[in-house]
Design a protein around this ligand. Sequence first.
Ligand code: UDP
Length: 234
Amino acid sequence: MNKTTLLHEGKAKKVFMTEDPDLVIQEFKDDATAFNNKKKGTIADKGVVNNAISCRLFTMLEAEGIRTHLVEKLSERDMLCRRLDIIKAEVVTRNVAAGSLVRRYGFEEGTVLEDPIVEFYLKDDDLDDPLMIEAHAVALGVASLDELAVLKRRALEINAVLKQFFADRKLRLVDFKLEFGRHHGEILLGDEISPDTCRFWDLETNEKMDKDRFRFDLGGVEDAYSEVQKRVLS
Ligand code: UDP
């Protein structure tokens, strides 16, 4: 399968059409952004690492009965995917308080949430991806109430699988962002799951092993990403 025209270039990936209208190729880049593009940089080999991690996680989720857009890993940076009509919602699931939950609601960072929290954010950079309640998403035509219920259920199922998977690899899954899309009447998990889109803390030391190292200039970004890759592929 070959790349034809560029369909979309995002912050961390390019998406290309292929000869098959149902299939696209996601190419993972080393570019890194944070705070809605206000901070920019590159993380050496991030594209290679995030593609490897995402392909492994999607394959594992498929084996657990969760349908994803992954068809196959084509090369170091390229993932062959089913083409999705992306739902303009970022679905964030949280097990431990961090990031905007701390900023917005005053939780103490590290507070374990008794039940996971699922939130929807509108995918719109111009508006800074605002948090939205279901009624906003319906009124905006982002998704129907039924679809939102499916997204929430799917996010919680994925959380249960990922939490255990990462705990077995001595990583705490603090929170993560998912994107879904429609494909021939079915809702599939899309995008990526990687240290760019998740928070991972080392289970023993609580060391941050994700994009927060880049966001807050903590150093050791590449080492953290490759350590996550090593544990995920183990
Ligand atoms: N996240 C993401 N893309 C975004 C916003 C958030 O992948 O555009 C991920 C982020 O890496 C974290 C989780 O979603 O794992 C929750 O992010 P949060 O709402 O705490 O926002 P942040 O503090 O990262 O701005």
